[in-house]
Design a protein around this ligand. Sequence first.
Ligand code: SAH
Length: 279
Amino acid sequence: MAGMGEQGARMTARSRPKFPLQLDRLSGRAAVSAKTVLRPQRDLAAAHADAGRRSAPAGLGLDSADVRRRMSERLRDGGISQPLVLEAFANVPRHLFVDPALATQAYEDTSLPIGHEQTISKPSVVARMLEMLFDGANARQKGNLGTVLEIGTGCGYQAALLSELAVSVISMERLKPLHDKARSLLAPMRSNRLRLVHGDGMIGHAPGAPYDSVIAAASSDSMPQAWLEQLAVGGRLVAPVEQGDRGQALVVVDRREDGYARHVYESVRFVPLKSGLAG
Ligand code: SAH
């Protein structure tokens, strides 16, 4: 909620005309011409370069664009076809969001601990969820994820990806130390599209509603009502939800003029959604 220790990460964007050009190179076809092309953000890798030199083990080549490009290609080989999602993975340096001791594993398809018993999600699952969001009615029409609510900022990696793909992102985290960590890790991005909120994501963030896209990085027993209420008509929500004996599965909800349509997809494993704030 507004006033709950909300932290603005709004900063001036310094843009370079790079995003659509890279898209061309990746997809081999014209950039999303008929759709809204998002204003390019600051070059993330360059923005993080200093921080990277300070925190990542030297000489491992993790700062190289090739490493990220290869991860993006593996995601494509694994079935992700949305070019903007693949491009975001090629842009955001994942190793800078994990502990330096784990940085060498950052481009493997694995979840990794980020402290406080939480994990940065597996790239293939994040990519799958982002691609699902792109299939929402509003996202298809806009050519981007529109206004986004993310529940579970964690270390901020997925928030960085989202800010490449959306007009605006509100990302909520209940654990103050992780919220603060994400704020400092995301600072070099200087994204004017991303706002981090220290708050209980179970109640969503009404001041920013309605959202075209809602994504949760923590699994709930039943989907919080607030998320459904704050979803725009034409909007899509993707979240892991407990399914009884089957365990967790990805659930997609589309809000239509006449109600909600809900579909259950593959099994996943996320940390639990918890209520309330924690210092
Ligand atoms: N997207 C993250 C993954 C974070 S793991 C990344 O890229 O690193 C899930 C996060 O959800 C944890 O940090 C956990 O603290 C947070 N979380 C759990 N319940 C929450 C709630 N009710 N509101 C906000 N965040 C919550």
